[in-house]
Design a protein around this ligand. Structure first.
Ligand SMILES: [Zn+2]
Length: 191
């Protein structure tokens, strides 16, 4: 069987020398091991980070996985268990095939409700995380947007429930709640 030709972005892992690895991590917002560590450098249209080394560009999450575990089989893909494309936390990354990825997405319900819309980049879990973060008052909408790899208007729409009405985000800052669930966060998904 002939080996599949590696794609230009997905399958190449550039050099893993100490200097390059250090430069890579300097572009990642490293947090607690349970948090998503977001790529702060250039991004592809898909929301995935793009790490440039010489003439090659590597998907940031792929590089993150390789930086921790060593070179990756070109046939394999690095998948996010958190479903957050710009995330580079190795704890949230695993190896799999394209088929695994599609199965995972279906399992996580990315094919349902709001997440199906072409403009949507956020999962229901992320929407709830954003609402929680906003409720703490610690971050501005812009800071939250940067953290989740979306733009501020998306965060603003979301917090105003213009876009994500199927997820009850509580929105404690608006001061109104006519559903009797003020401050609570309930995904309104049918099981
Ligand atoms: Zn993550």
């Amino acid at each position: 069987m002939k080996a599949r030709k590696p794609g230009p972005l997905a399958t190449r892992t550039p050099s893993l020398d100490t200097k390059t690895v250090a430069r890579f991590w300097s572009k990642v917002a490293i947090g607690h091991e349970s948090e998503c560590w977001l790529w702060t450098g250039a991004k592809k249209d898909t929301g995935y980070g793009a790490f440039r080394v010489g003439n090659a560009t590597c998907t940031a999450s792929r590089y993150a996985y390789a930086a921790k575990h060593g070179p990756i089989d070109p046939q394999m893909h690095v998948l996010h268990s958190c479903d957050n494309p710009p995330c580079c936390n190795p704890e949230h990354l695993k190896l799999g095939t394209v088929a695994d990825n599609s199965t995972d997405k279906v399992k996580r319900g990315r094919h349902c409700h709001g997440s199906k819309r072409p403009l949507a980049k956020l999962t229901n879990e992320q929407v709830m995380a954003i609402a929680k973060l906003w409720a703490t008052g610690a971050l501005s909408q812009k800071e939250i947007a940067t953290r989740f790899g979306v733009n501020q208007s998306q965060v603003s729409r979301l917090l105003n429930r213009k876009r994500w009405r199927h997820v009850d985000v509580g929105a404690p800052k608006t001061g109104h709640c006519n559903r009797g669930t003020r401050g609570s966060i309930y995904p309104m998904e049918k099981q």
